[in-house]
Design a protein around this ligand. Structure first.
Ligand code: ADP
Length: 483
């Protein structure tokens, strides 16, 4: 069945060298599709992290002063290498994370696009000249903030790091990255490409660990680190914000979401169904901008739910390395249990299972893609991020009711809606409380636009020219005594 397993790095990367943990401790990484151990990564702690931070601090003076052309060339090379190695990198991702190979390939290309974009943006870190009084000249220059600590999740193990790394390096910062313990290998592959692309030793370092808290504490309690960038849960984001207060580190936080997808009565129903399938079932629903709650106008709700259930039932579940698979395994059995809890709670409150609803016959952490209809807004599934392949459909009667339901969450990452009424499109887009809104479109992520949330979904933006600002400080220079 399964095609060849690619080779990949199994050591951490500090100061341009592949290294083991002190004492050579390591932890196993398991393929969620087969439960087989695919390799081991060094289990590092505070001491190794401290060394990586010191290396990043030592590399900073040269990297921040590198010519913009040199930095741009290295970043462009990084993008090219990712595309050249797209297939191998995608396979590494699929065996450590579980997603279908086609999605893994798209993720690698998406990550590469950040290096491409920021290779260009790195050449446009302009300053300002502010008109002053006669004998003064006022300037503003943008400078790299310094050493950045990055902590990334398992759901997009390559792209979530690629977009932080591309931006930081473009700004002239150096980085110590800590990938999720479930998926360290995709991050180590980025270090390998960085070395081959010509990123100088110490500029980009990867610490692997099964003790995230110890590494997180060193990154936040070490005054050499001037910025923390994190993608993960709101609970850990909140903890890191507290820790980062010690040295007043600048923070970017991409946290949880609970995205609504509203289908108004004037929507193109087939387009809405196709958009909902992508937004809900990509990566088996393990996406922070996944459509977690589907709100359909009563007049079209039956038709929408039925079409959605039919599309969902056609999705093939299996090992992501196999052709035609659309839904891989969930990352862990704990994820399966959460999905089951959400379904049981929704059903107890009156929801109807239109398709799926249970573990898949393949066993392990495979779960059937599921559509629930008539879900009550007080269900658990409407208030917690499900992170699984379950689409709950709710009904509404008025636009105001839809907006109230959509905004009834402390999260505010993405929202989606389908409508063809131009006034409604502006009205609703402006009233939705989220950092991103997809109108008649759910494939909204791109390097050229700002990704990020409001409320409990985080701080800061990644991608676009706005993303670069998060890695730069503005310095005001006042020149006096001009005759
Ligand atoms: P998820 O629920 O998606 O696993 P987490 O927020 O737990 O999200 O994990 C995201 C990243 O945060 C991972 O790299 C994980 O190892 C890391 N992490 C978890 N706990 C801590 C912690 N106490 N300090 C620093 N990083 C942590």
């Amino acid at each position: 069945m399964v095609a060849h397993v690619p080779s990949f790095r199994q050591q951490a990367f500090i100061n341009g060298e592949w290294v083991n943990a002190d004492g050579r401790a390591s932890f196993a990484v398991v393929n969620p599709a087969t439960s087989e151990t695919i390799g081991h990564a060094p289990d590092m702690g505070a001491a190794e992290t401290r060394r990586a931070i010191a290396a990043a601090a030592a590399a900073l003076p040269l990297w921040r002063r590198a010519s913009v052309m040199a930095r741009a060339q290295i970043l462009r090379r990084m993008s090219q290498l990712m595309i050249e190695e797209q297939d191998r990198l995608a396979r590494v991702m699929t065996i450590e994370q579980g997603k279908p190979l086609a999605e893994a390939r798209i993720e690698i290309a998406y990550g590469a696009s950040y290096f491409d974009w920021f290779a260009e943006e790195s050449r446009r870190i302009y300053g300002d000249i502010i008109p002053g009084s006669q004998d003064r000249r006022l300037f503003v220059i943008r400078q790299p903030i310094g050493v950045v600590g990055a902590i990334t999740p398992w759901n997009f193990p390559s792209a979530m790091l690629a977009r932080k790394m591309a931006t930081a390096l473009a700004a002239g910062c150096t980085m110590v990255a800590k990938p999720a313990e479930l998926t360290p290998f995709s991050a180590l592959e980025l270090a390998d490409l960085a070395m081959r692309a010509g990123v100088p030793a110490g500029v980009f370092n990867v610490i692997t660990t099964n003790a995230a808290a110890a590494v997180g504490e060193e990154l936040t309690h070490n005054a050499l680190v001037r910025k923390i960038t994190f993608t993960g849960s709101t609970a850990i984001g909140r903890l890191l914000l507290k820790q980062a207060s010690e040295h007043i580190q600048k923070c970017s936080m991409e946290l949880g979401g609970n995205a609504p997808l509203i289908v108004f009565e004037d929507a193109d129903l087939d387009r809405a169904v196709a958009g909902a399938v992508t937004a809900k079932f990509r990566n088996a629903g393990q996406v922070c901008i996944a459509a977690n709650r589907l709100l359909a106008h009563v007049s079209i709700a039956n038709a929408f739910a039925e079409k959605l259930a039919a599309a969902c039932a056609a999705l093939r579940v299996g090992n992501g390395l196999e052709d035609g698979v659309a839904i891989g395994p969930l990352i862990s059995m704990a994820a399966v249990e959460k999905v089951e809890r959400h379904i049981a709670d929704a059903v107890a409150r009156g929801a109807r299972v239109l398709t799926g609803g249970a573990r898949h016959a393949l066993g392990g952490s495979f779960f059937q893609p599921t559509v629930l209809d008539n879900v009550s807004p007080d269900s658990l599934i409407c208030h917690e991020e499900t992170f699984g392949p379950v689409a709950p459909v709710m009904r509404f009667e008025t636009e105001e009711e839809a907006l109230n339901l959509a905004n009834a969450t402390p999260f505010g990452l993405a929202s989606y809606f389908y409508s063809r009424d131009i006034s409604r499109i502006f009205r609703v887009a402006e009233k939705l409380e989220s950092g991103m809104v997809g109108v008649n479109e759910t494939a909204i992520s791109t390097a050229i636009a700002p990704f990020g949330g409001v409320k409990y979904s985080g701080l800061g933006r990644e991608g676009s020219r706005f993303g670069l600002e998060d890695y730069l400080e503005k310095k005001y220079i006042c020149l006096g005594g001009v005759e």
